[in-house]
Write a protein that binds this ligand. Structure first.
Ligand code: C5P
Length: 268
């Protein structure tokens, strides 16, 4: 019997780097939401483990133990065939492999947080709006938060997260400046987010200057309420008031930059 799971894109609406641990990992204070666009996985039990990858971003995805899906299966005690439909660009700052691994853990009813697989796996396992602290393992659900309309844009450059952290100069920035639990309307959330940052945006722009062009294009949209990079890039997002605004903004960007990956979505 085959069953299915969804691995949503993870979006960091704010990402403050507040320090660095002795082992090199960075301390973060981040607001994370999840898109209604993502990868899909189909599971069927079998004697041997096997992964096949399809979809627009299948190229270059390993089908052996290097794939986090394989490692998550071992951790959760699943053995069988997994078909992974890669709809999300990789090395893109939107979760990718972490969200796929988290989908396996959720699907198998795994009780732990999966942090051993990667710093972003616990938040991806929660798959709902969260404040994320520590190196990614300290989570506070933002259960009163409204859904937000957005456009996601990736210019087609893969970025290695460690390269961006290496390019980061200031490693002890202030934490998030207000209690994000206090907000319940989209207007309040957007106003709060405008006062926050992604501390990896400047170092990522030095690694991949095209990110500056993406942010400029998003900020120029009349529907844009806030434009920022997610994670270590290169995907950026713009927040919009309505689904209609997101759809027409996505059309504008896609027409001007046919090579870019552009998706209107809802974040929750
Ligand atoms: O844990 P994960 O393998 O996803 O992290 C990839 C890399 O990103 C780490 O090797 C580290 O260089 C960097 N990282 C970090 N601090 C974090 C998360 C990731 O320095 N909190």
């Amino acid at each position: 019997m085959t069953s299915e799971a969804f691995a949503p894109a993870k979006i960091n609406l704010a990402l403050h780097v507040t320090g660095q641990r002795g082992d090199g990992y960075h301390l973060l204070d981040s607001i994370v939401m999840f898109a209604d666009v993502g990868d899909r996985l189909w599971f069927s039990s079998a004697k041997d483990m096997a992964i096949s990858v399809t979809g627009p971003f299948a190229d270059g995805v390993p089908v052996d133990r290097r794939n986090l899906v394989w490692q998550a299966s071992e951790l959760a005690g699943f053995c069988g065939t997994i078909r992974l439909e890669k709809n999300l660009p990789h090395g893109a700052g939107i979760g990718g492999g972490s969200s796929d691994a988290a989908a396996v853990l959720r699907h198998c009813g795994y009780a732990g947080d999966g942090a051993a697989l990667g710093a972003d796996v616990p938040v991806c396992k929660a798959a709902k709006a969260q404040r994320m602290q520590g190196i990614g393992e300290v989570l506070t659900p933002l259960s009163g938060w409204p859904a937000l309309h957005a456009v996601l844009v990736n210019p087609g450059v893969e970025i290695a997260t460690p390269d961006v952290f290496k390019a980061l100069i200031q490693k002890d920035n202030p934490e998030i400046s207000a209690d994000p639990m206090d907000f319940s309307t989209a207007e309040e959330v957007v106003a709060f987010l405008q006062d926050q940052r992604n501390d990896l945006e400047a170092p990522a722009q030095s690694v991949a200057p095209v990110i500056t062009s993406v942010l400029t294009a998003l900020k120029a949209l009349p529907q844009c309420r806030l434009a920022r990079m997610s994670g270590s890039g290169a995907t950026c997002f713009a927040l919009m008031d309505t689904a209609q605004d997101a759809a027409s903004a996505a059309q504008t960007i896609a027409a001007a930059q046919p090579e870019w990956w552009v998706r209107p979505c809802v974040l929750s």
